[in-house]
Write a protein that binds this ligand. Structure first.
Ligand SMILES: [Ca+2]
Ligand SMILES: [Ca+2]
Length: 105
């Protein structure tokens, strides 16, 4: 019951509910909760920009059912996008590494 992946999923759920439970609907992030979560959990993602509408844009993008809040399923969309982006970076990084090795041969 404690493989790293299971722990990661468990953490995702815990992180989501630790923010979603602060206001209003316990199972959804409103804009303020979303902003709070992004600032604490993904500071590089939100602090590198002066875009004051960023949280609104993220909320708009994630909010599939248009209730102005982010439920767990919608939150997972964000995590998936981040995971895919990180993976692309990782794959590209390894490719670069590979290219360099070829040059040096
Ligand atoms: Ca809430
Ligand atoms: Ca929603």
């Amino acid at each position: 019951m404690c493989s790293p992946l299971q722990r990661a999923v468990d953490d995702l759920i815990k992180i989501f509910y630790s923010y979603s439970g602060k206001e209003g609907d316990k199972y959804k992030l409103n804009k303020k909760e979303l902003k709070n979560m992004l600032q604490k959990e993904l500071p590089d993602f939100v602090n590198g920009t002066n875009d004051s509408f960023l949280v609104e844009k993220i909320l708009y993008d994630l909010d599939d059912n248009k209730d102005n809040e982010v439920d767990f399923q919608e939150f997972v969309t964000l995590v998936t996008a981040l995971a895919v982006a990180s993976n692309e970076f990782f794959v590209d990084y390894n490719k670069e590494d590979h290219k360099e090795n070829e040059v040096h041969k």
